[in-house]
Design a protein around this ligand. Structure first.
Ligand SMILES: [Zn+2]
Length: 304
């Protein structure tokens, strides 16, 4: 389906090329109600503007604050416009954008681009995600390392990623420590509603026993070259793996296991908003509401 998004590069530049426009937009997103600007300290709505300093002054408690106070955008030397552009680049590019590419496109240092990338990713992470329903495909794959074609049993230095896909709905992806029954079924129980109609997997034995009285479990036997049997297949999950691997090869070159989970969150956000025309706005909203993440918490080792 072709979705007409409300944002494109030209609109982004026309609308936000300037700090005042960015601030006005954040103000709308942060205080959307009739009451308007609200004091973060006392909740008061009688506010005076101090235009020359881009600040608000609360008439009740005299607290002075800006639209970015207490948000990810505060205490950053980067212009709001560059934050906006970075969010746009991340959410609108199907395969994501590497820190190297971000550095070139925004004209920042590599360290800044890397930092931006990671902070935005962390903010896009789904919290309290809804459980998947209906018909759900589940599958796992190996990411990273070399030796692509060593067969299913070979792990080497690869990382295991497990995923679940609600047909015509959302995906959930996660790095896991192995592909044993406890791990894979644990992931399914955490992400899939009890009593869904069906779970489709391949024949891998760790999935055996996931069915119960109101959920059927159907498998296709990939080792016997059976990929589709009627409605039963894991092709949607396979498509996600191929997107993931093309992204990693194409724009990331390599993602260390440490950062893979954050990258999966980013991919999840893009994928789950693939039909949302307001993806940019919703991403900005998530950034506004996100907890601020200190640089030290990310890592001292810049990687892709
Ligand atoms: Zn106040």
């Amino acid at each position: 389906m072709k979705v007409r998004t409300e944002m494109n590069l030209v609109k982004l530049v026309e609308r936000f090329r300037g700090e005042d426009a960015c601030r006005a937009y954040l103000e709308e997103l942060r205080w959307p109600g009739e009451a308007g600007v609200e004091c973060p300290r006392c909740g008061g709505n009688t506010i005076s503007r101090i235009r020359e300093r881009n600040q608000f002054d609360c008439d009740s408690c005299r607290y002075q604050f800006s639209v970015t106070a207490g948000t990810i955008f505060h205490d950053t030397h980067l212009s709001l416009w560059k934050w906006f552009a970075a969010v746009y680049l991340i959410v609108e590019s199907k395969k994501g954008i590497s820190a190297k590419q971000m550095e070139r496109t925004l004209g920042t240092t590599y360290r800044t681009a890397w930092h931006l990338n990671h902070r935005i990713r962390a903010a896009l992470k789904e919290v309290d995600a809804q459980l998947l329903k209906g018909i759900v495909e589940a599958d796992e794959t190996f990411v990273g390392g070399k030796a692509e074609d060593m067969g299913r049993g070979y792990r080497g230095n690869k990382t295991v990623v497990v995923g679940a896909f609600q047909r015509d709905g959302a995906i959930r992806l996660q790095v896991v420590r192995g592909r044993d029954r406890e791990t894979l079924q644990g992931f399914i129980r955490e992400n899939v509603a009890g009593g869904v109609e069906a779970i489709y997997t391949d024949e891998w034995e760790a999935y055996k026993g996931i069915a119960d009285s109101d959920t059927k479990h159907e498998t296709v036997n990939h080792s016997e070259k059976e990929y589709v049997r009627g409605d039963v297949h894991t092709n949607s999950m396979e498509n996600v793996w191929s997107l993931l691997k093309r992204s990693i090869i194409g724009s990331y070159h390599q993602v260390s296991a440490k950062h893979l989970d954050a990258y999966l969150d980013e991919l999840e956000f893009r994928f789950n908003n693939r039909e949302n025309p307001y993806m940019f706005r919703d991403a900005m909203l998530k950034l506004l509401l996100a907890e601020t993440l200190p640089y030290a918490k990310l890592t001292a080792e810049p990687a892709s």
